[in-house]
Write a protein that binds this ligand. Structure first.
Ligand code: GDP
Length: 529
């Protein structure tokens, strides 16, 4: 049995990701979260923007030292007696597959909304993904230092469009130039905003009690009166926070603030550490694995090229589901059935090098991958099971890829297969010829592949148009029937990067006919790794 000490440590973990529409402020919030987590001293720029504090933060120094882009992957820091893991998700829509898989590795999400704009397209899509697992959601209404929409209307929009109840925890006092701060409904406190304090932790200016006459002194009698009136309405009309509903993914606590002005992010962090779930169990094909199980287990949800061009290895990101990783330990690589000794995993505790020896359930570790690890791989303490629910999506766009220098075919194939293991793109090798076909969910993925083939594998490749409308992974429980299908449909069949049988349909009509004709064969739009 796990010791009480270990359980206490697991229960302190909070592993979350931020979802938002581009430009809502995810990067800025990440930076402020790190500032509050004391992972950085002054909020400079997490991803170089034109601010005056362009100086390298400690964080980036660390990034250089470790030779991987820590800032774009996982950030771990202590907050309020908790250990928080923040997982970054790629911002661009074309990499939504990567985002989807990252969301399988977290236990809660922060949804960031630009309060001037409200619910936007990408927020909607990402929320759909989190609904599949009923992930608990916290909400931050950002950019209150600008003129925003009416806060009540924003809550309404979230409720109706995203189908989740809102419970305001804080409430904004004015906005734009008139933004004075927030009223913390639960604590009955007014927390005052000071502009121009974006880069350091602000000294708190708090007035206890909404009816306190000091409120009138500081924000003016008129505003104070209308605030009291408004809050009476708000509190009457909105949901009260309910932890059980939050944990069930049915209700979201809502915070207001400005990430740029460094205000309100700490309220959200307090909510996160207090309410968000400790590491949740994960399902395998055999049984559910709980975080307090003391046998080590984990799954790989993302593979990323090393940002340091001198080292060509790639990092496989593993969510530890149960037990503990210690340096040099043996673990079972379930898919290939081998025990491997891991001595150089990367851990992500900000600033604390000694912690790099160890990680426990809820944490993320980075494994150096020399080609044996794929997305979706399970590692265990010897037990044979496989974590489920980490899918690949059938690509919707296809191009044939061709070399400028035909002698480098081997490198091209190797590069493409490695990139497909990372989930950057999917590769298909038709059975009837030696073509290499690249499939992507978003068009930008094609450019990235050619660029990375050039810089990382030293091959110059170009694309050619090809007539493929859609792809489906094929399977059948009867090997004889699968064999027959493979012969008959040979012309349109291919193997993907992991040697899985795939049907590449030239047209949708062809696909439908084929599916009708081969009713015994299953055609899948997603494939679990
Ligand atoms: P991301 O695309 O979601 O990562 O958004 P960023 O954090 O990069 O922010 C997009 C833009 O909005 C940047 O120019 C930020 O400086 C700006 N921004 C972020 N938060 C705030 C805020 O609270 N107030 C204002 N006025 N601008 C903000």
């Amino acid at each position: 049995m796990a010791t009480q000490n270990f359980l206490n440590e697991v229960n302190k973990r909070r592993t979350f990701a931020i979802i938002s529409h581009p430009d809502a402020g995810k990067t800025t919030i990440t930076e402020k979260v790190l500032l509050f987590g004391h992972a950085i001293q002054t909020a400079g720029t997490v991803k170089g923007r034109g601010s005056s504090h362009h100086a390298k933060s400690d964080w980036m120094e660390m990034e250089k030292e470790r030779g991987i882009s820590v800032t774009t992957s996982v950030m771990q820091f202590p907050y309020n007696d908790c250990i928080v893991n923040l997982l970054d998700t790629p911002g661009h829509e074309d990499f939504s597959e990567d985002t989807y898989r990252t969301l399988t590795a977290v236990d809660s999400c922060l949804m960031v909304i630009d309060a001037a704009k409200g619910v936007e397209d990408r927020t909607r899509k990402l929320m759909d993904v989190t609904r599949l697992r009923d992930t608990p959601i916290l909400t931050f209404m950002n950019k209150l230092d600008r003129d925003t929409r009416d806060p009540m209307e924003l809550l309404d929009e979230v409720e109706t469009e995203l189908n989740i109840a809102c419970a305001p925890i804080t409430w904004p006092i004015g906005c734009g130039k008139e933004f004075k701060g927030v009223y913390h409904i639960q604590r009955d406190e007014i927390i005052l905003y000071q502009s121009g304090q974006g880069h350091t932790i602000q000294e708190l200016r708090v007035i206890k009690g909404l009816t306190n006459p000091k409120v009138d002194d500081v924000i003016g009698t008129g505003l104070a009166a209308s605030l009291r009136e408004e809050l009476e309405l708000v509190i009457g009309a909105s949901n009260e926070f309910d932890e059980a509903l939050f944990l069930a993914g049915e209700l979201t606590p809502v915070f207001f603030g400005t990430a740029l002005g460094n205000f309100g992010v700490d309220h959200m962090l307090e909510g996160l550490t207090e309410w968000a779930p400790a590491p949740l169990p994960r399902q395998t094909d055999v049984r559910e694995v709980s975080a307090d199980d003391d046998a080590f287990s984990g799954f790989v949800f993302k593979i990323q090229a090393n940002m340091d061009p001198k080292h060509r290895d790639r990092i496989a990101f593993m969510r530890v589901v149960s037990g503990e990783y210690t340096k040099g330990m043996k673990m079972r690589h379930v898919r290939i059935g081998k025990d491997v000794s891991i001595s150089d995993a990367v851990t992500f505790m900000a600033g604390d090098r000694s912690a790099a020896e160890r990680a426990i359930a809820g944490d993320i570790i980075g494994l150096h991958n020399h080609g044996t690890i794929q997305i979706g791989d399970t590692f265990s303490s010897g037990e044979t099971f496989k974590f489920t629910g980490i899918p690949n999506f059938a690509p919707e766009m296809f191009q044939r890829i061709r070399l400028k220098d035909p002698l480098k075919q081997k490198q091209l194939q190797k590069g493409l297969i490695q990139l497909s293991e990372e989930g950057a793109v999917q590769v298909f090798r038709p059975m009837r010829n030696n073509d290499l076909i690249v499939g992507a969910v978003g068009v930008l993925q094609f450019d990235v592949v050619v660029h990375r083939l050039r810089t990382e594998y030293k091959v110059e490749a170009v694309y050619e148009a090809i007539h493929i409308a859609s792809a489906r992974w094929c399977d059948c429980s009867d090997p004889r029937k699968l064999d027959e299908f493979t012969r008959k449909a040979h012309e349109y069949l291919a193997l993907d990067g992991g040697d899985n049988l795939t049907y590449l349909a030239p047209t949708m009509v062809n696909l439908n006919l084929t599916m009708e004709r081969h009713a015994d064969i299953e055609f899948f739009k997603t494939r679990e790794h």
